[in-house]
Design a protein around this ligand. Sequence first.
Ligand code: PEP
Ligand code: MN
Length: 366
Amino acid sequence: MTTDKKYSNWLKAIASDKPLIIAGPCSAETESQVLATAKGVKEAGAQILRAGIWKPRTRPGNFEGVGKIGLQWLQKAKEQTGLLTAIEVANPQHVELALAHDIDILWIGARTSVNPFAVQEIADALLGVDKIILVKNPVNPDLALWIGALERIEKAGIDKLGAIHRGFSSYKKMMYRNEPLWQIPIDLKTRFPNLPLINDPSHISGNRELVADIAQTAIQLKFDGLIIETHIRPEEAWSDAAQQITPAYLSEFLQKLVVPKDRIFNPELLKSMQLLRNEIDQIDSELIQLLKARQDKTEHIAQIKFEENIAIYQKERWLDILQKANRNALQNQINQKFIEQLFRLLHQESLKIQHRIFSEKEQTKK
Ligand code: PEP
Ligand code: MN
């Protein structure tokens, strides 16, 4: 993966100036359910129809997808609505069948992206294929593993790539089905700004009440699109019934979705923004100079400690620093947790510097 590669050309072609919307049922169940949902999501403003054909279920005995026959329903839905179609693929046979049925977008699910062997098999099946491939984050919070899966697909010659953030499994009790851990997709976007990033509020929430809020958060964070499970009768869905929404609700909330602008257009505001940014740059530079001054003192102290043969780590002193910082934070109305974290970092660095000076002095003594 490279920072400046234009992975996003496909996205611009489908949704140039608005968020990309992929919507449709968790699972294709019947032909009429697929066709009616497709019509509904098209009217709501989606550009792509999603549907699970083979479902990765946690426990055996649950509905595992209709299989191959569902691909024909998707083809029919495409003919009737003009929507592009997207399905999950988990092995080379799925890829082969998807290609044979002219599916436009293939995504790799969270239980597959976690496994490099499985991803590599899919990548091999995709060699020379011109399709859009989306990779969901692995179930565990591991950015390197997510990037690794994307890289395997890219190495197969796919440049129409994208990532889907669907949250991360956790054993702790929480309001989400999968914890969002927003920092991880943000880190991905920072490293690869041209890689389209799509949010899946359905699998993060596990609950339709939360879908709109999570989707709005993602759009505020500049995600490029949403994939939303939508079903004509959500309560009767054969999988993920609690998190699916109706096409009517999809339409309503997409109309209310606030999409932040990329730039400020008002020249007055633009000027004050620039001034504020200059001031912040100045403060940042002063902060670094202060840190340098602090480092000089640390080095001086290290020399005295070495000469007097005193331990580098002084517990009482550290607790004293922490206490003062906390008090100071409170007085200045700065988040105490943040200050504590910052000082822990400073202290760690200070210990490192002192260790370095000690070992330098040991070397010259020899
Ligand atoms: C799905 O999209 O229906 C699905 C199974 O998602 P995930 O891989 O994120 O669990
Ligand atoms: Mn689902």
